[in-house]
Write a protein that binds this ligand. Structure first.
Ligand code: ZN
Ligand code: ZN
Length: 420
């Protein structure tokens, strides 16, 4: 018996796919402009993709590409050895620098590929304090990102730690290539013409958002196992999906992949009970089987079978952390959902199911919101918070109805699929 060694061939093929992913990230994700600066964040294990993106960015005319690498083991060393007071600190100068770069016209690209359970087993209070300090320091930069003042995007890289979570029990040599295949497929880089495939996909998402914008629902009503929820939509809300024109005039796709259409709920008009349909991986902790009850937009009861203490801390981050900042619709048959995989990564899992997000709302989901002041946004029902955490509430067992201003209802989704 002989084994052929496909390694040489695979390596070339893999490099070609990385290159196509980098092209999609730069051309579709960022729409990077000649002369534009780029600030990139990447895990160390994503070095080959970060380099491929750097090359494509310079080919597209980037002036300076700066990549900030994160090392998860170094992050863990802080939890092992740093003094307790350290956990209320963050590298504010770094985040201020990022915000300054964005104000000066830089684009932002993040490569996601974190170990979903990196901080499992660490002191919950310290994790919460560290997250809070980081969120606070990051706030000025995040406002520019969430408000789409700049063009930005997130893509993923199959790191070994993440691949082990998605394919438990498989050796890295099997798990990592399988995760890459899933990423390449979901990012449409396995197609003949990835950039063209994205244009078609963006047009389809636009058609959906235009239809929903035409219907002007006052609320969405969800029914299914463990879920009986009404989400009031913000005044003058607008549905978005696919490509966005940022405040700097550049067309970008903020998430690669993306399958969702989404808008802003009204911060005071959510009521009822909702159960999560997938585990949520939040900053290294898994939170599973979430069940919460809303009254007048605010979470008044929250439970989870796993990670409940972390969930409780998250909800206490600030006043807006108990309210919704996003409602998003994704058909159950979306390609990511059809993969049958649980990714433990928001970028992927949120595009496999309809979801809601706790915390900060996107100003662009209010008509004219990008040029509105803080008070006007809040008056329209836009929620404000240091956090924005998506969690999945869609499945093949959920029906969603749109509630018109006069109280009549129309089916939006049946058994997890578009009703029309
Ligand atoms: Zn979303
Ligand atoms: Zn979100």
């Amino acid at each position: 018996m002989t084994f052929h060694d496909p390694k040489a061939l695979d390596t070339t093929d893999h490099a070609a796919k990385l290159d196509r992913l980098a092209t999609v990230a730069v051309r579709v994700g960022l729409g990077l402009q000649p002369g534009q600066e780029l600030v990139m964040t990447a895990p160390l294990d994503a070095l080959p993709l970060a380099r491929a993106i750097t090359e494509q960015a310079y080919r597209a005319g980037a002036s300076v590409v700066t990549t900030l690498y994160t090392d998860e083991l170094a992050s863990l060393l802080r939890f092992t050895h740093a003094p307790d007071e350290a956990f209320d600190r963050a590298a504010g100068w770094l985040y201020d620098g990022m915000a300054a770069a964005y104000r000066n016209g830089a684009a932002r690209l993040a490569i996601a590929g974190d170990d979903p359970s990196l901080l499992a087993g660490q002191d919950v209070d310290r994790v919460a304090r560290a997250n809070r300090a980081r969120s606070k320091a990051y706030q000025p930069a995040l406002e520019l990102i969430a408000g789409f003042a700049i063009n930005w995007t997130i893509v993923s890289a199959a790191t070994p730690a993440w691949a082990r979570a998605v394919f438990p029990g498989e050796p890295d040599a099997v798990a990592v290539p399988r995760l890459w295949d899933a990423i390449f497929a979901a990012s449409r880089v396995d197609r003949e013409d990835p950039v063209g495939a994205w244009a078609t996909h963006n047009a389809e998402l636009r058609r959906r958002t235009e239809e929903l914008n035409g219907r002007r629902f006052a609320a969405l009503r969800y029914t299914g196992p463990g879920t009986d929820l009404e989400i009031g939509l913000a005044d003058e809300h607008e549905w978005h999906g696919g490509a966005t024109t940022a405040g700097n005039g550049i067309l970008c796709n903020a998430n690669i992949p993306t399958e969702e259409v989404f808008t802003t709920p009204h911060r005071l008009r959510v009521s009822g009970t909702v159960s999560s349909t997938k585990p949520l991986s939040y900053q290294g902790t898994l939170i599973d089987e979430i069940r919460v009850r809303f009254e007048e937009g605010r979470i008044v009861e929250a439970a989870a079978s796993k990670g409940q203490d972390v969930l409780a801390k998250v909800l206490d981050t600030d006043e807006g952390a108990r309210r919704l900042g996003e409602v998003a619709l994704v058909p159950h048959s979306s390609p990511i959902s059809a993969s049958g995989l649980l990714f433990y990564n928001t970028l992927y899992d949120e595009n496999a199911a309809s979801h809601i997000a706790l915390g900060q709302a996107y100003s662009k989901c209010i008509r004219g919101g990008l040029s509105m002041g803080e008070d006007a946004l809040v008056a329209h029902g836009c929620n404000r918070s240091l956090i924005h955490i998506d969690w999945m509430i869609g499945s093949a067992a959920i029906d969603i109805d749109g509630v018109l201003p006069d109280g009549r209802t129309e089916p939006v989704m049946r058994r997890g699929e578009w009703a029309r």
